[in-house]
Design a protein around this ligand. Structure first.
Ligand code: KG4
Ligand code: ZN
Length: 336
């Protein structure tokens, strides 16, 4: 029997310091996430300098916890995988420097991982039988893409946002509704008690393109609230949240299902923080089923930032001999 391959994944691109050990790219041996949400909440969003400092304070303990929960030591690890972009430069540098130091000191290979590709890989962990090709919607706070995953290491972009990311729109709408940060889960919660047909917000569609644009719907919500306030009228936060969520999820579903039909793919996977949205999951599953397409998604804890997805991507990079040397640097604007 072939020897198991253990990858230590490290993630620090935004406001989660995370480390995980994954066996053979699929079996989660540990998943440690130290989130800074409570710290950034009072600022209404992530403060990059604060995030970097907290990563520095936490990263060693998070890595130790990942090894100990997995019941392994550094010597059992075959390679160290780390997010090197995209993300906040100071935050990324903490993970990259730590991973480089470990790889050098332990004489282990270093595998650079693209954070967005990492999000997609979470699906391989939660669905062990999943194999490429499939269409994936990756929707997070910084990115919204529809891709065709053609192999474990390659993908083709079918659509992308031309302005705001879907998660960014959720965060901004949550802020104007006074719901707080991070916006996505709070909008989803408020929407549960609201009427999604209360306000018809725009569903933007660009001709001959699967690209998204979410800045229009965000502005439409802001304008709607301003108008009501100017007229001295009140409004129902749940109704606005539900109507906004319905508009965004309609567009995400329509474009993604169209992409799958075009590519003749019978599987759609969801990834990224927005993929933990229950309304999106239900709508995509329901509408795709009508076209004979299955919809898969990771559990919420593997949709938002984590290091399991980085270790999984790192495993396939390791098999591909995609190694970095000590010149590896953080690339904040790394493309997908
Ligand atoms: O993937 P992620 O944790 O970090 C990035 O790589 O950006 O995604 C965070 C984004 C935030 O914008 C957050 O509001 C959104 O995902 N999000 C959600 C939900 N949970 C997180 N959006 C909608 N519904 C949710 N339940
Ligand atoms: Zn992310």
């Amino acid at each position: 029997m072939a020897k198991d391959t253990l990858i230590l994944g490290i993630e620090s691109s935004c406001d989660e310091t995370a480390a995980a050990v994954v066996k053979n790219g699929r079996a989660v041996m540990s998943n440690i996430i130290n989130t800074q949400i409570e710290i950034h909440k009072k600022f209404g969003g992530v403060v990059p300098e604060v995030a970097s400092r907290r990563h520095i304070e936490n990263i060693d303990a998070v890595i130790d916890a990942a090894l100990s929960e997995a019941g392994v030591t550094f010597s059992d690890i075959d390679a160290i995988a780390v997010t090197y972009g995209p993300g906040l430069v100071g935050a990324l540098l903490v993970g990259v420097s730590t991973a480089k130091a470990l790889a050098y000191a332990l004489n282990k290979p270093l595998v650079p991982v693209n954070h967005i590709k990492g999000h997609i890989m979470a699906n391989f962990v939660s669905h062990p039988d999943l194999k490429p090709p499939f269409v994936c919607l990756v929707a997070s706070g910084g990115h919204s893409h529809i891709v065709k995953v053609t192999s474990y290491t390659d993908l083709e972009i079918l659509g992308r946002t031309r302005d705001d990311a879907a998660g960014e729109a959720f965060d901004k709408v949550a802020r104007v509704l006074g719901l707080g940060y991070p916006g996505g889960p709070l909008v989803e919660k408020a929407a549960k008690d609201g009427d999604k047909n209360a306000v018809k917000f725009p569903r933007v569609r660009m001709e001959d393109s699967l690209d998204f644009s979410f800045s229009g719907v965000k502005t439409a919500v802001i304008n709607h609230l301003h108008k009501l306030e100017q007229n001295g009228e009140g409004y129902s936060v749940p109704d606005i949240a539900a109507s906004f969520q319905d508009a965004v999820t309609d567009v995400l579903c329509e474009h993604t299902i169209e992409a799958a039909v075009k590519e003749d793919c019978k599987t759609i996977a969801l990834a990224g923080g927005v993929a933990s949205n229950g309304a999106l999951r239900a709508k995509m599953t329901d509408r795709a089923a009508k076209k004979g397409i299955d919809v898969l998604y990771p559990p919420p804890i593997l949709c938002t930032d984590n290091a399991v997805m980085i270790a999984c991507a790192g495993y396939y990079g390791y098999l591909d001999n995609d190694f970095a040397d000590m010149t590896l640097n953080a690339v904040p604007a790394l493309g997908i």
